[in-house]
Design a protein around this ligand. Structure first.
Ligand code: HEM
Length: 372
């Protein structure tokens, strides 16, 4: 696990160079369709220029500059100071627990990030994934089969209840835990706003219907992200989470079966390696999603895609598609920090999309059960 990188200010995501690339790419080819990879960029220096950060608006091209969608749009009911009086150590409680857990088992960092994404995928971050009703709730969906991190979130909630009874929602705990897991994995720190409320519904079938698990087309993925208030950029950046963590052989086999005539051919040697690893494997076998630097939160995921070494079919398809290919090439050729900073931005956005606030939902007493 890498040491955490330096903190960045929340709104400065993209370096001027990547913005420039996007502007050129959009102008020349429609979104991200350009063939030319980005040139070398300012790299680590990019976070001292607050003005180069994405601006509000719904995304689109204006006067040759690509404005990112709504990163700075504030969500009613979310506030950085939400627990300042009611539970001042809320972030400390989450951070210490996540650090301790990840120190003991670094694979948990990837699992917590994924848990957060799966929760978001069904009607926004409302902790519905944590509700434990055997056979019925999202946790029991086929899409959730290999999710991990539930116990840790419940432990954190227990401590939270002992210090700040009935105050901090499970959705806020999960959001902070995903941020702290990402930071532990090497993503620059990003500040969060709080005030999410917990949902009361959780249906396994909904998770299986909505959570992308492979087999989708890029159009399906774009539609899924856009229908949840995210952009194509967010899709490409957040898919970069697959630079850490692992996939079960069950998730890898469909890509191996479809290799003939695939739009995104897999490198032969790599396909052979995956076949050897997953060919006759039982349920418990896993492969690293990034076979080169599996524990580094770097841009190797995009470099792998460029070499036909993506593990999931949905990852491989991002390169040949004209809407996403330019961004894959850009992140592959830029220093890793460009990607990591943008990842922090998109994660923040993920945690603010479609959330419940105010009097909606509830603050659960236990994350695994709705209140009586
Ligand atoms: C775009 C559509 C996506 C698809 C189709 C997809 C699919 C998958 C699949 C099939 C796995 C392997 C699961 C297993 O077999 O155990 C996986 C793992 C993972 N996914 Fe995704 N994913 C997507 C997007 C995302 C996003 C947006 C994030 C985070 C923001 C994410 C984070 C992860 C992580 C960290 C892992 C590794 C988990 C671990 O090691 O425990 N994925 N994903």
């Amino acid at each position: 696990m890498r040491a955490p990188a330096a903190a960045v200010s929340p709104f400065l995501a993209l370096s001027a160079s990547l913005l420039l690339l996007l502007a050129t790419s959009v102008a020349a080819n429609g979104y991200g369709g350009g063939d030319a990879p980005a040139g070398p960029s300012g790299g680590y220096g990019s976070h001292d220029d607050a003005s180069s950060g994405p601006k509000g608006g719904d995304g689109g091209e204006e006067g040759g500059v690509y404005h990112m969608a709504a990163y700075e749009k504030s969500v009613d009911g979310l506030d950085a100071e939400f627990y300042r009086k009611s539970c001042p150590d809320m972030e400390g409680i989450v951070q210490r627990a996540v650090r301790k857990a990840v120190d003991a088992d670094y694979t948990l960092a990837a699992s917590l990030i994924r848990l957060f994404f799966h929760d978001f995928a069904v009607e926004g971050t409302d902790a519905s994934i944590l509700i434990d009703v055997p056979g019925q709730s999202e946790k029991y969906a086929e899409a959730s089969r290999t999710l991990r991190g539930f116990d840790l979130i419940e432990e954190i909630k227990k401590e939270m209840e002992s210090k700040c009874h009935a105050t901090v929602s499970c959705a806020d705990i999960l959001t902070a835990a995903a941020r702290d897991a990402a930071t532990a994995a090497g993503v620059p720190y990003w500040p969060l706003k709080y005030g999410r409320r917990d949902g009361k519904d959780s249906v396994a079938g909904e998770a299986d219907r909505r959570v992308p698990m492979g087999g989708q087309s890029v159009t399906d993925l774009v539609r899924f992200f856009e229908s949840n208030g995210l952009t194509i950029m967010d899709l490409v950046v957040l898919s970069g989470a697959h630079t850490i963590g692992r996939a079960s052989c069950g998730a890898v086999r469909p890509a191996l079966c479809k290799l003939k005539g695939a739009a995104a051919p897999m490198e032969r040697q790599y396909a052979d390696f995956l076949r050897r690893k997953c060919g006759g494997a039982g349920e418990g076998e896993y492969v690293e999603l990034d076979g080169v630097t599996p524990t580094e939160f770097d841009n190797q995921y995009y470099r792998n895609l460029m070499r036909g070494r993506g593990v999931l079919d949905t990852d491989m398809m991002l390169l040949p598609d004209s809407r996403t290919g330019g961004l894959v090439r850009a992140f592959a050729s830029q220093p890793s920090l460009q990607f990591a900073q943008q990842f922090a931005q998109s994660m923040r956005k993920l945690g603010e999309a479609q959330v419940l606030t105010g009097n909606e939902g509830e603050v659960r007493r236990k994350c695994s059960a709705v209140n009586y």
